[in-house]
Write a protein that binds this ligand. Structure first.
Ligand code: S3P
Length: 430
């Protein structure tokens, strides 16, 4: 358990930075690169533990993947070239790998067993199991395959029309991937549009997909061709420095080449409502993704009501928004976010517990939290509980705590942002 004493410097964050590649897009680039025939080159790949898990899973199925820091080269013979792995596949902490891979494995002609770490082992898999069973998949595991470890015996699948009961891009993507291998047509019809990187990437690999509003349809038995993917900076990682700049007086920061896909920019909309001094410039479009720069300055903020369709567009940013809200004038209420309870930790319980430990006034509700601002934070010892986003939230909190902050289980940050502390130090030394 790595223990880190934070709070050594409270300097403003200034200058320019690029953050590591987007986690969701990095996973998908490896998955599609492995399913596609030929060579795929990925640049600005996220060299974090979760995405390395996806690489190892496909290597276990015989795909040739070479990775050096943020460059990945995949050589694959396509779907028909994938082979039965000898050993059970370890998915570590990665929920995205689990849900998306289940979709792929359900339609491949062999047997696979998947397991994960303690956190992943208690995360729900029935949300992806159910539509896959409807497509004809053979899945078994703990509690009938509701939880890992799970064994899949690949089958010939049939396309379905699926109305997801939970707002989840992982589930949508898992079903679309299974649909790609299935006979016939598969449609996913969402009530609220979740991140659409799978849809964008399928097109980039030469696949066909029809999107009409919240309905996405793929034809089965498509073959894909290797391509070049440049991964944009992860807005979910940028979020920590955006909030840090808003919190620490004197900060003025530019984050370059960040993914600005509208299904991911809910945080920016909420920050504007909270009166943040922020400007966004789109600089390019690539592979269906919008990319640009975000400029951010220290600002005095007001609380906000955060609920409804914006929630899936900022689901991973809600912990860091909660920290920010402790320093905004008035109350911030987060609702419609029960999904937070099924993340790497129960992020409603854990965020409330951490912020209150540090001196905040935060109350948990069934589907969110109520945060009282402006509440000065004192400090104390806080544990990431193995959740990378909580680790980074605690680190950013230390910048505004009056006393010392000790972060335990700091190692978890490597899951999505291995160079986080180095980048923070750079921004503070400019
Ligand atoms: C992700 C979707 C979200 C998000 C996760 C990554 C993805 O999960 O929280 O970090 O890459 O599709 P859900 O689909 O469970 O909401």
């Amino acid at each position: 358990m790595e223990k880190v004493q934070l709070n050594t410097t409270k300097s403003a964050l200034t200058g320019e930075i690029t953050v590591p590649g987007d986690k969701s897009i990095s996973h998908r680039a490896v998955i599609f690169g492995s399913l596609a025939k030929g060579t795929t080159t990925i640049t600005h790949f996220l060299d974090g533990e979760d995405c390395l898990t996806t690489i190892k899973a496909f290597q276990a199925m015989g795909v040739r993947v070479e990775q050096k820091e943020d460059k990945v080269v995949i050589q694959s013979d396509g779907i028909a070239g994938l082979k039965e792995p000898f050993m059970p596949i370890d998915l570590g902490n990665s929920g995205t790998t689990a849900r998306l891979l289940l979709g792929v494995l359900a339609g491949l002609p062999f047997h696979t067993t998947l397991f994960g770490d303690q956190s992943l082992t208690i995360r729900p898999m029935d949300r992806i199991r159910d539509p896959l069973l409807e497509m004809g998949a053979q899945i078994d595991g703990r509690n009938n395959g509701s939880y890992l470890p799970i064994a899949v015996r690949g089958q010939s699948l049939t396309g379905i029309t699926f109305y997801p009961p939970v707002k989840s891009a992982q589930v949508k993507s898992g079903v679309l991937l299974a649909g790609l291998l299935a006979n016939g047509e598969t449609s996913v019809i969402e009530t609220t549009k979740t991140r659409d990187h799978t849809e964008n990437m399928l097109t980039a690999f030469g696949g066909e997909i029809a999107v009409e509003g919240n309905k996405v349809t793929v034809q089965g038995k498509q073959s894909l061709t290797g391509t070049e993917i440049e991964v944009p900076g992860d807005i979910s990682s940028a979020a920590f420095f955006i909030v840090a700049a808003l919190l620490v007086p004197g900060s003025e920061l530019t984050i370059k080449n960040v993914g600005l896909n509208p299904t991911r920019t809910g945080l920016l909309d909420v920050l504007q409502e909270m009166k943040a001094d922020l400007s966004i410039t789109e600089t390019k479009r690539m592979g269906g993704e919008s990319i640009g720069d975000i400029k951010i300055k220290y600002s005095e903020l007001i609380g906000a009501d955060v609920a409804g369709d914006v929630i899936p567009r900022m689901i991973d940013e809600l912990p860091i928004l909660a920290l920010l809200a402790t320093q905004a004038k008035g109350k911030t209420v987060i609702r419609d976010a029960e999904e937070l309870r099924y993340k790497e930790t129960d992020r409603i319980a854990s965020v409330v517990n951490i912020l209150n430990t540090l001196g905040g006034k935060v109350e948990a509700t069934k589907d969110g939290m109520i945060i009282e601002g402006e509440t000065p934070l004192s400090g104390g010892q806080a544990d990431s509980d193995g959740d990378h986003r909580l680790g980074m939230m605690i680190a950013i909190a230390s910048l505004i705590c009056q006393d010392e902050v000790i972060l335990t289980n700091a190692d978890a940050i490597k899951i999505s942002y291995p160079g986080f502390f180095e980048d923070l130090a750079t921004l503070q030394s400019n």
